[in-house]
Every structure is written in C-alpha cells, then in structure tokens.
Design a protein around this ligand. Structure first.
Ligand code: PLP
Length: 344
C-alpha cells in the first residue's frame, strides 16, 4: 500500500482495460487518469518542474506560467500548490469548466483567451500572451510544454516501459497527439526495444499537427493548431485522423459499458478500432493510451445539449446493442494477454 505525503508522488502506471468486448477488436487501453491530477500530464509536469528546479530556474518567488488546454494546467496547479510556487495557467474557451475550477481550487490563477489564431485554434494567441507576460516580469518562468524535452522524456522513462513490462510482445501502439510528448517519448523508447513496434499517431480532424486543413475542434487535449515542435515524424509509422463525431460516439459506447473516459481517449480508441478492423489481428497485440477519465467532460462530451448544439440530434442514434460486438468475457490474465505473437 503506497503512503505518500506529496500529491504528485502517486501514479497508477500499470492499469490496462481489455476493450475487446466493447470495441470488438483486440485492444488494451493503458489508463493514465489514476493520480491526483487526473491525467497523463502529471508525468510531464513532474519531469519539467524537477528539471527546472535542478537547473536553478525556479526560486521561491518564481511564478510558473504555462499555456495549457487544461490537463497540464491541473497537474502544474497541484505541484505548485504542494511545493509553494505560484502558478498562472493560460488556457482558452475550449477548456472544460470543471478543469478551470479545479485549477482555481488548487490556488492557481487562470487566464482564458477568447480570440482564435489564423488556424482556427487558440494556441498562437495563448503563446503570445505567455511571451508578453515573461517579457514584462522576470519572476515568470515558462516551462513551455511544446518545446521542453522533459515533456517527452517523462514518457520515455515511464509510460513506454510500463507498457513493455505488461506486454512484452507488443506489436502496435496507438498514441493521441497533442504536444506529442507522449508520442515521442514512447516512440523513441520502442525504437530501441528488442522487437519492432508499429507506432500509430492519432490526431483529430481539423488539427494541423501532421499537416492537413485546419478546422473546428471542440474537444481539448488532442490535436494542435500548429506543427508540434517536439514532433519528429521519422519515429511515427502512421497517422490516423478521427472526426469528432466518431470520438464522441466511442466515448459514449465505452460509457454505456461503465467506462467513463475523457474525449481524447474516445479519439484514440475510435482510430485504433478502425485501424484494427482494416488489418489482420490474429495474434496481434495492440495497446492504446487513455490520457484521462470522463468526469471533466460531463458538461461537454457527456452533455446532451452541448452535443445537440454542436453536432445535431442524430449523433448518438443507433448507439445500441448492434454496435457492441460481443458480451463481456472473463477478464484475461496479463500472461494470456501477452501470449500473442503475430505482427501486422
Ligand atoms: C486529455 C488529453 N489527451 C491527449 C493529450 C496529448 O498528450 P501530449 O501533449 O503528450 O501529446 C493531452 C495533453 O494535454 C490531454 O490533456
């Protein structure tokens, strides 16, 4: 039983959900929402803050500032509160209300930008605001998750080995892409592993992270309105782009089986399910990463009026038994789960 005295000291790194009975394909989901920050961003936040402390960038009167769609902001709020730093999160109107309230409850200041940049996103405007703050006062310290190597190193050190330990015969890994910290950390680690793993990045339609046309995106976390500076596409075997309607349908499909995940998990699982449907999955071991849980999305992804206003009345029609391919089975043991051999 772990006993902790700092909220950032606990993270459940070894929980996987077997999704086969829900999505009809052999897919294991690594759950990253079980920590006091409620998301995978705890790992990047810890790594970046510890590096800044080690490098002498943070002093007792420093004010941490970061541009975040929410989850990194919550993680930094928690760490800042625990370590006695001030923190200002610069976010935008897509940030969930509960996420903003969480940051404020943890003692942080939150600035919400409302203007969009030329790609229809908010990122450029958020970053400009952070730059101006840092230029105005030396006490501001910007960790810059978009360029900070600690963001991907965190996943190189933790997320990837956690997956490898559980699935020593992994064939395919599906990772959602925001800053691409998770993607790059996992991709770099598996590139050096004893067997080849196909790295599949999952992006949202409307994101320009891997090129493509900018468009409206309402679900925070995944997708970017600029090319991610951390991204090195030579480590990525394939990119999938998922429509928000498919993301939402997948979130509700999992919720109707009792698993309430965040929006980006719906994107990754939808993309992965689609990919698996197009490939021979006999003997294939596939894992996807779930960055957070669903409570923060109760007023968006899981709220009927929000869905109807944005996507129309028909979105969830037909989300019944016909989409659920098989009844739940007995849980598999990890050793059975890892007994799969064939590559795609
Ligand atoms: C919910 C959610 N999903 C996906 C991501 C993308 O992760 P990364 O920034 O490591 O690419 C984030 C990042 O903030 C997130 O909050």
């Amino acid at each position: 039983m772990p006993v902790i005295s700092a909220p950032y000291a606990f993270n459940e790194g070894h929980l996987f959900v077997d999704l086969e009975s829900i999505c009809g394909r052999p897919l294991y989901l690594k759950c990253e929402g079980f920590n006091f920050a409620g998301s995978i961003k705890l790992k990047a936040a810890n790594e970046m803050v510890e590096n800044a402390e080690r490098d002498g960038l943070l002093t007792p009167d420093s004010i941490l500032v970061e541009s975040s769609s929410g989850n990194l902001g919550v993680a930094l709020s928690m760490i800042a509160a625990s370590k006695g730093y001030r923190f200002l999160c610069v976010t935008d109107s897509r940030c969930n209300l509960s996420t903003r309230l969480l940051m404020e409850a943890l003692g942080s200041d939150v600035h919400v930008v409302a203007d969009q940049d030329s790609n229809g996103g908010f990122l450029g405007v958020r970053i400009e605001y952070v730059r101006a703050l840092c230029a105005s006062d030396d006490r501001y310290v910007w960790l810059s998750q978009y360029t900070n190597a600690g963001n991907w190193v965190a996943h190189y050190r933790t997320t990837a080995p956690e997956i490898a330990t559980q699935f020593p015969e992994l064939d395919v890994l599906f990772v959602g892409a925001g800053t691409t910290g998770t993607l790059m950390g996992c991709a770099r680690w598996f590139r050096q592993w004893h067997r080849p793993v196909r790295i599949v990045a999952v992006d949202a339609v409307g994101s320009v992270a891997f090129g493509g046309e900018p468009g409206r995106r309402m679900i925070p976390g995944l997708g970017m309105s600029m090319r991610p500076p951390l991204l090195d596409e030579s480590y990525v075997d394939e990119v999938l782009r998922v429509e928000e309607t498919d993301t939402i349908r997948m979130c509700h499909r999992m919720a109707r089986r009792g698993f309430l995940f965040g929006g980006s998990t719906g994107t990754v699982v939808s993309g992965a399910t689609d990919w698996l449907a197009r490939h021979d999955t006999r003997g294939l071991t596939a894992v996807a990463v779930a960055p957070d849980l669903g409570e923060r999305y109760l007023d968006t992804v899981y709220q009927t009026n929000w869905l109807q206003d944005l996507y129309g009345d028909q979105l969830l029609d037909g989300l019944g038994a016909e989409e659920v391919p098989s009844a739940p089975r007995e849980p598999k043991s990890a050793s059975r789960a890892t007994g799969r051999r064939r590559r795609p």
